[in-house]
Design a protein around this ligand. Structure first.
Ligand code: C5P
Length: 228
C-alpha cells in the first residue's frame, strides 16, 4: 500500500543528555536519524518523506541526507515546541488530501518493514491503524506512591509508532485538536477524539524509541542480532 511518511525529528532529546539532538548519535557508526530514514528510503511503497527539523539543524541534516544518499525527503518544515506541532507542520507542508499518511518517530530506527506493510494495509481498510505490543509487566494506577487500581493486563498495549491514517482523517483530527488547544502524546489520541475507531496492529518489542542512554546499548544489541 503506497503512503507518505512524516518523521518528527525536531526534539531536544533532553532525557538522552547528549548535549545535542540525540538523532545525531550513532549506532554502529551511522546516525540514528539515518537508520530510521533508510527503512523508508528502501521501502518501494514509501512515496515521500517529510521531516520536521529545528531550523538551526537544517543544514547539518541536509548534509547528512546527501552523504547517506537519502533521496525521498521532499520537505523539512520547522518543528514546533511539542511533538504534535512538529507532526502537524509536516502534514500541512505535505498538503496531501488523499492517500495514507504514516507518522513515525525519527527516534525509532528499528521498525520492521513487515510491520509497516501490515499497518498500511489495515489503515487502508479502516482509516486508522497504529503499531503496538502487548504489555509485559503488571500495570497499576498509582497516586502519591499508593496503588489505586491494578489494571487488567490482557487489555493493555504499549503503543508505538508508526501510526497510519487516511489523510482526511488525520487532517481533521489535527485541525480539531488545534482548535480546541488539545495536546496528545500521539496522533491516535487526536483521532480517538473524533470517535473514529483506531485499530492496533501487533508490532515487535525491538521497535524501541531511543530516549535514554540505556536505549543506545539496546540499540547496539538489536543491530548486532540482526547482523547475525
Ligand atoms: O522526545 P521523544 O523521543 O519522545 O520524541 C519523539 C520524536 O518526536 C523524536 O523523533 C523527536 O525528535 C520528535 N520531536 C519533534 N518535535 C518536538 C519534540 C519531539 O519533532 N517538539
Amino acid at each position: 500500500m503506497k503512503y507518505i511518511v512524516v518523521l518528527p525529528a525536531a526534539g531536544s532529546g533532553k532525557r538522552m543528555k547528549a548535549g545535542h539532538n540525540k538523532l545525531f548519535l550513532t549506532l554502529r557508526g551511522k546516525p540514528i536519524l539515518i537508520h530510521t530514514l533508510d527503512v523508508f528510503e528502501q521501502d518501494p511503497n514509501c512515496m515521500a518523506i517529510w521531516l520536521a527539523v529545528k531550523p538551526e539543524e537544517r543544514t547539518i541534516i541536509q548534509n547528512m541526507l546527501h552523504n547517506y544518499h537519502i533521496t525521498k525527503v521532499k520537505g523539512m518544515p520547522a518543528g514546533g515546541d511539542e511533538r504534535q506541532h512538529s507532526v502537524y507542520a509536516c502534514v500541512l507542508a505535505a498538503d496531501a488530501t488523499t492517500g495514507l499518511i504514516l507518522v513515525h518517530d525519527a527516534a525509532r530506527p528499528f521498525i520492521e518493514p513487515s510491520v509497516i506493510t501490515k499497518l498500511t494495509l489495515r489503515a487502508y481498510e479502516t482509516g486508522a491503524a497504529i503499531a503496538g505490543v502487548k504489555a509485559k509487566d503488571t500495570m497499576k494506577r498509582v497516586r502519591n506512591h499508593i496503588i489505586e487500581e491494578t489494571l487488567d493486563r490482557e487489555q493493555l498495549w504499549m503503543i508505538q509508532t508508526p501510526q497510519a491514517f487516511r489523510a482526511s482523517i488525520l487532517i481533521k483530527a489535527q485541525q480539531q485538536a488545534a482548535q480546541d488547544g488539545f495536546l496528545g502524546t500521539d496522533e491516535a489520541m487526536l483521532v480517538e477524539r473524533l470517535n473514529i475507531a483506531v485499530h492496533v496492529v501487533e508490532s515487535t518489542y525491538d521497535n524501541v524509541k531511543m530516549t535514554t542512554q540505556e536505549d543506545l546499548l539496546i540499540g547496539e544489541a538489536i543491530l548486532q542480532k540482526r547482523q547475525q
